[in-house]
Design a protein around this ligand. Structure first.
Ligand SMILES: C[S@@+](CC[C@H](N)C(=O)[O-])C[C@H]1O[C@@H](n2cnc3c(N)ncnc32)[C@H](O)[C@@H]1O
Length: 346
């Protein structure tokens, strides 16, 4: 699979226009605050963007960020501006041609930004321990449309957890299927290269995440993917695919369900791009200044991470009131909470 994928992204595709699905985010979906940052990125890097979601989380200034499967580096160069001169962004990819584009424009971006805070490593995302990166040394790990291409998703998630600091976040977009992808579809080289054949059934993804210590994955955004090529659509055998953006936190003490300890938070409105409302995930749209009841897991995701200074916290873990009322998972394909069992539900 590695050689097939290297050939696909190294030789077959020249730009995102060559893709045969709607995987690439359309430009209209990019938030207004991000557009000026993208406008400073070299056109050749932008042209070779093959991501399926947005991986620019809040509060990155000064952070150390790792981008898995960085490709030609669009997200690396966007994130470089968000972490600023005191932060660092490391991009990892296995394909020479993709990395060559990313490297070629490093000096250009250093000049435009006024600082050089990126580096690129060649390697495999399921073998992150071979890259000489220190365990527990990244605040945030991102990835955009790559995990599905890996032959060993569990090794990827385990490696990410090892590299994250306590309280760190794996913030990534990937493709999921509404069912387990049969071998005939998985083995189709174009479907695999287009990020469909290797996609995990969404519930199997939750199981893998939980096995790797990410007890409560939070869905931030998702959208159905259209297969624009009729022949490819036929070969995909009626499976529905979604692109989904997730937040997974490296936190001890997260539970496999949302438990009610009578806690609440108030968002201070202090994150520059979100003065009125912070959308933490699809189920948590928190208005500034307004009391927002939360389960114990959400409490930890806010109180024990880089989000803490932007919230006031009410309550603690001294009492338990049972399962969090109104529990309703927001999952890709609108799967119901009761069926989700593992994962986010408040
Ligand atoms: C769909 S592209 C996305 C690239 C980039 N994230 C972007 O948004 O433009 C997939 C990228 O992941 C890389 N890749 C796929 N599988 C990989 C693996 N197992 N290890 C390292 N890189 C991988 C490919 O070389 C390719 O550059």
């Amino acid at each position: 699979m590695h050689e097939l994928v290297k050939d696909y992204y190294g030789n077959r595709l020249r730009s995102s226009k060559d893709l045969r699905t709607s995987a690439c985010c359309d430009a209209d979906a990019v938030p207004a605050w991000l557009r000026p940052l993208l406008a400073r990125i070299h056109p050749e890097v932008l042209e070779r963007y093959y991501g399926c979601g947005l991986v620019c989380p809040e509060l990155l200034e000064g952070c150390r960020v790792l981008d898995l499967g960085c490709g030609a580096g669009r997200d690396v160069y966007a994130l470089a501006q968000l972490v600023g001169p005191s932060g660092e962004v490391v991009g990892v990819d296995m394909t020479d041609e993709q990395l060559a584009v990313a490297q070629r424009h490093r000096a250009h971006h250093a000049e435009v930004f006024g600082f050089d805070n990126v580096r690129f490593l060649q390697g495999y995302i399921e073998r992150l321990d071979e890259l000489g990166l220190e365990a527990g040394s990244f605040d945030v790990v991102v990835s955009n449309c790559v995990v599905n291409l890996s032959p060993d998703k569990e090794a990827v998630l385990a490696g990410v957890r090892r590299l994250l600091k306590p309280g760190g976040e794996f913030h990534f977009s990937d493709v999921h299927a509404d069912r387990r992808v049969p071998e005939a579809v998985r083995g189709d080289p174009v479907l695999y290269g287009e990020c469909l054949g290797g996609a995990l059934y969404w519930k199997d993804f939750l199981r893998v995440a939980q096995r790797c210590g990410f007890a409560d994955p939070r869905l931030l955004a998702d959208r159905p993917l259209a297969i624009t090529d009729p022949d490819l659509e036929r070969r995909a055998g009626g499976i529905a695919f979604h692109s989904a953006t997730w937040r997974l936190f490296r936190l001890d003490g997260l539970e496999d369900a949302c438990e009610d300890h009578g806690q609440a938070v108030v968002y201070r409105g202090s994150i520059a791009q979100h003065p009125h409302r912070l959308v933490f995930d699809k189920h948590h749209r928190m208005e500034a200044g307004r009391m927002f009841p939360v389960c114990g897991n959400t409490w930890r995701m806010l109180a024990q991470t880089r989000f803490a200074p932007h919230f006031d916290f009410h309550g603690d873990f001294s009492r338990h009131y049972g399962i969090f009322a109104g529990c309703g998972a927001v999952m890709p394909f609108d799967a119901p909470a009761a069926d989700a069992k593992v994962g986010s539900c408040c």
